[in-house]
Each structure stands twice: as structure tokens, then as C-alpha cells.
Design a protein around this ligand. Structure first.
Ligand code: GLN
Length: 199
């Protein structure tokens, strides 16, 4: 199926997402201005620094366009992108506020800058996924009564992957490994959404 996926390219690891989508044969475009959202089927918000992404999004007039986009079209936030998509993070910074989740930034402490761990993720098969966490957040609460599904958890740490209908959120960086399965899952979500459009 033909589709175009945008990657928010204000700051952070957007190039890696674009490369991974290209490997899957998907057209990927960089999004920096509100008009770049026109005609997209879906959007990925990358990892980076959520305060910077939020401030730049406000400066470029992207906050409201992103809020309406995420109401309608599949959107996936990774790491800082997950923070930016959350409704609650317990501090004041610009957010899209699309997902009914509570996220704690830098949840693994300053000592643990980054680490990798194999996790099982619902919806991508039984093989463990090598998850790369970089100053990562954790999801401390997912509103399951609002349709948020938990896809992966780290024992004793918390939730690290969720889906809420057409929205996907991961606390780690799937674009920094060679494993395409989460990108494939997102592409399937976009295909499913497109096939119901106009139905
Ligand atoms: N610590 C960053 C933040 O709070 C997220 C880190 C990342 O995206 N790898 O925004």
C-alpha cells in the first residue's frame, strides 16, 4: 500500500527513523512546519530532548496542528516523542497531550544514562526485542479504561510500550537497532487506518 509517513525533524534522532522507513520501502518526509503535515498518512515523533522539541514546536506554530493531526492519524512517539505525546508528565513544558498516560521523565536516574535490554513486546512476535534506553522515561500510569493497552513492561521499572488506538508510544529507541519489527507494526497500523478511510 502506498503511504507517506512524516518524521518530526525539529531535534533528535529523526534521520534514523527516516532510514528505517526507507528500508521498509515507505516514503518518509521531514516535518518542520505545519504545512508539512498536509497529505501525510502518519507521523513519528523521535527521541531527543522533549523540552527542546516542545519549545521549537511552539515557536514554529506546530503545537495545535500536531494536536489535531494526532486526533485523526496514526502517530508514534519514541522516548522524548513519547513524553511529548503524553497527557501528564508532572511538570510544565509544551506537550501535544494526545495519549492518556502519565510519563516520568529520566526515570532511570542520572547514573544510568543508557542501557540495553531484551524485552517482549505484544504484537511483534515471540522473539525478544533489543530495546535501547537513553535517559529514558517510563510510563507510570496507562488509562486502560480509556483504551490504552500495555505492550511491554520492564520488571520492577514500569511500562515501556503502549498503544491507544491509532497512537503508539515507546520509551526506548527502536530506530537505533537493526530490528524493524516495531516500524513494521506501525506501518500495519497505518495500513489498517488507511483501509478504513472513507469506508
Ligand atoms: N531525557 C529526554 C527527555 O526528557 C528523553 C531522552 C531521549 O529521547 N532519549 O526529553
Amino acid at each position: 500500500m502506498n503511504m507517506t509517513i512524516g518524521v518530526l525533524a525539529l531535534q533528535g534522532a529523526f534521520i534514523e527513523h527516516i532510514k528505517m522507513l526507507a528500508e521498509l520501502g515507505v516514503d518518509a518526509v521531514e516535518v518542520r512546519k505545519p504545512e508539512h503535515l498536509d497529505d501525510l498518512d502518519a507521523l513519528i515523533i523521535p527521541g531527543g530532548e522533549s523540552t527542546t522539541i516542545g519549545k521549537l514546536a511552539r515557536t514554529y506554530g506546530l503545537l495545535d496542528p500536531l494536536r489535531s493531526f494526532t486526533q485523526q492519524k496514526p502517530t508514534w512517539g519514541t522516548c522524548a516523542g513519547l513524553i511529548f505525546l503524553a497527557k501528564r508528565i508532572g511538570r510544565d513544558q509544551p506537550l501535544v497531550g494526545a495519549m492518556d498516560i502519565t510519563v516520568e521523565r529520566n526515570a532511570f536516574g542520572r547514573q544510568v544514562d543508557s542501557f540495553e535490554v531484551d524485552i517482549l513486546i505484544e504484537g511483534i512476535g515471540d522473539e525478544p526485542f533489543r530495546a535501547v534506553f537513553i535517559r529514558a522515561p517510563v510510563i507510570t500510569h496507562a488509562d486502560e479504561d480509556k483504551g490504552v493497552e500495555v505492550l511491554a513492561e520492564l520488571p520492577e521499572k514500569g511500562i515501556v510500550a503502549v498503544r491507544q488506538g491509532h497512537l503508539l508510544g515507546t520509551a526506548f529507541h527502536p530506530e537505533l537497532t537493526a530490528d524493524c519489527r516495531l516500524h513494521e507494526l506501525f506501518v500495519r497500523m497505518v495500513e489498517a487506518e488507511k483501509s478504513t478511510e472513507g469506508a
